[in-house]
Design a protein. Structure first.
Length: 256
């Protein structure tokens, strides 16, 4: 099992993911127990099949259908330890075919775009966030657009209230940035992760939204968590390209 900080240039930044190199699939209950034991935002399980890999992602509470940072971490593991000559790594997942291109220590995810759809105001969400929300959207997660970056930096959500909101797996709060095209913070208390440090899958929603809003297809984004992370983003039709780096923290054996 490899512990890798994704969307990071130094350890203790970006988003930590555990990646389990499995020769064959483990029982679902066992994979969930491993993820709960790790207690990281995501644990990825990878199995090689022919010239591609199958990938699954587990939070401490349940399996999810798409995860950016743990896919980047998995590509880092494969590129550096399993298949060093492979520049483009193909994964198959619940969300279909995903590719990661490796070039000069930069990893570029090719993921599906998931434009969020506007929904009526959720006053319980504003109460939970302790901030006014200008626009409300929904994809897998709720997307809350607020007035500025300072509002996002100063958020101190009530996670018990956030957890009780029925819509969405999590909440993505975003605004236009000062030094970046857009910024965000992401909260997933239902999955056992109050705040996710850097969320690749959230940018499947954010990239199409901000591309239209800013009238540009190439953007730089920053997730304003305590660990922080920078994502280089591009809208490519019905796909998004999300680039970043990764750093190895540890390699371990799991005894089960």
């Amino acid at each position: 099992m490899y512990l890798i900080d994704a969307f990071a240039e130094n350890v203790f930044t970006g988003n930590p993911a555990a990646v389990c190199d499995c020769g064959e699939w483990l029982p679902d209950e066992l994979m969930q127990n491993i993820a709960a034991e790790n207690n990281l935002p995501e644990t990825a399980f990878v199995v090689k099949e022919k010239d591609y890999y199958r990938i699954r992602w587990f939070t401490p509470k349940y399996e999810i259908d798409l995860c950016g940072h743990a896919t980047l971490a998995s590509a880092y593991m494969i590129h550096n330890f399993l298949d060093k000559d492979k520049k483009t790594i193909v994964f198959y997942s619940q969300s279909g075919k995903l590719t990661v291109h490796c070039e000069n220590d930069q990893y570029t995810l090719d993921f599906p775009a998931r434009p969020p759809k506007e929904i009526p105001p959720l006053h319980e969400l504003e109460n939970a966030l302790g901030a006014a929300v200008d626009e409300f959207y929904l994809s897998r997660d709720i997307v809350a657009v607020v007035k500025d970056e300072d509002t996002i930096k100063n958020l101190n959500p009530d996670f018990h209230q956030l957890k009780s909101i029925e819509l969405g797996d999590g909440v993505i709060v975003t605004s236009q940035g000062k030094n970046y095209d857009f910024v965000s913070r992401c909260f997933y208390p239902k999955s056992g992760v109050n705040e996710d440090p850097v969320t690749g899958s959230a940018h499947c929603n954010l990239i199409p939204y901000w591309a239209e809003r800013l009238n540009k297809n190439e953007m730089t984004a920053r997730q304003l968590s305590a660990r922080g992370g920078t994502l280089y983003c591009r809208l490519a039709g019905d796909r998004v390209k999300i680039s970043g780096k990764a750093v190895l923290y540890s390699i371990s054996e799991v005894f089960i």
